[in-house]
Design a protein around this ligand. Sequence first.
Ligand SMILES: *[C@@H]1O[C@H](CO)[C@@H](O)[C@H](O)[C@H]1NC(C)=O
Ligand SMILES: *[C@@H]1O[C@H](CO)[C@@H](O)[C@H](O)[C@H]1NC(C)=O
Ligand SMILES: *[C@@H]1O[C@H](CO)[C@@H](O)[C@H](O)[C@H]1NC(C)=O
Length: 377
Amino acid sequence: MKMAPMPLSLFFLFLFTSLFSIQAHSQLITSSPSLPSPLAPALFVIGDSTVDCGTNNHLLTLARADRPPYGRDFDTGLPTGRFSNGRVVVDYLAVHLGLPFVRPYLGLNGKVEELVQGVNYASAGAGVIFASGSDLGMHISLKKQMQQISDTYERLELGLGEVAAADLFAKSVFYISIGTNDFIHYYFRNTTSVRSLYLPWEFNQLLVETIQHELKNLYNLNVRKVVIMGVAPIGCSPHYLWEYNSVYGECVEEINNMIVQLNFAMIYMVHKLNMELDGAMFTFCDVFEASMDILRNRDRYGFLSTTDACCGMGKYGGMIMCLFPEMACKNATNHVWWDEYHPTDAVNRILADNVWSSKHAEMCYPMNLQNMTTNKT
Ligand SMILES: *[C@@H]1O[C@H](CO)[C@@H](O)[C@H](O)[C@H]1NC(C)=O
Ligand SMILES: *[C@@H]1O[C@H](CO)[C@@H](O)[C@H](O)[C@H]1NC(C)=O
Ligand SMILES: *[C@@H]1O[C@H](CO)[C@@H](O)[C@H](O)[C@H]1NC(C)=O
């Protein structure tokens, strides 16, 4: 394996810890302006390509974003494995929380210092259902990601002690963004005739029950604060506009209707868990509604194109995936879609601001992340 330069997040961690000690020191002497301390000790991320920050760079798979033009508008201007021209939602949330960017679990060597400010387990191609996405190659499934979280917890217990590890998990934010591939790379592909086995609502029920099961597993690991994102309107993504021969850019209703029903069932499930599990602060953030608000009001948000991928080929840029820089538009900032399935950095920023403080639209029920992390309980 090649030696990588010092990762950016490690740099931030280093910068932060050194600034922190300077601050602690200076407070003894003067009342110099104090640095904000993080609103949560750590951010842990579970999910798929919507939040993969480099997991799949370590795997044999087609679902990788470790080549240009991916990352061209990122802080470093380099591809990292994020499926975006720049940042993904959890990068913006890390900044809001006062934390460094969260690094992929597969890139770590397992030392406790690398785990205490959070880990990203998300893997492109992963679905709620084990079989989803296997047409793309390797990925870390939801089940496997949960296993990695248990392993992380054990290492923290060994390194920090049981009480401190439990406290760290209880105060940290967990972010879950998964489900897209259960539609794209399973149900709508009719893999293993799944559509003959499950009606749409039955399939949604299966997804909701599986996520509920994993939320309870997290709760049993002392996790209390969880953001669950739901699924975005992929029926409006360039790929499906192309595949379903959309004429004017109208979205594929069959797909979106099923996602709306899934999100509806999810919000109810999350509400129920909050009542059932003592101390649970779970919130459901409806990425479908927030994204539709952007698509319907593109002028207000400053977008020119809501149908075409900045990087891709064919009608809507949805026929061939983003493969090299020459396929990309000049300015991604005025595009909603970066590639055939993923939004641009500009959209991710809006979504993150909504999750954080409901800035542009109310999106999270029963509370936004700012409420979750500033309320003392
Ligand atoms: C899914 O596949 C099965 C078996 O190949 C087929 O009988 C069924 O009609 C397909 N369903 C849809 C909706 O395409
Ligand atoms: C890209 O588009 C945005 C939004 O329309 C605009 O503000 C910005 O100036 C553009 N950048 C370039 C380099 O053209
Ligand atoms: C939740 O956050 C919103 C906006 O960020 C704020 O206006 C509201 O007062 C907060 N509510 C609680 C209960 O903290």
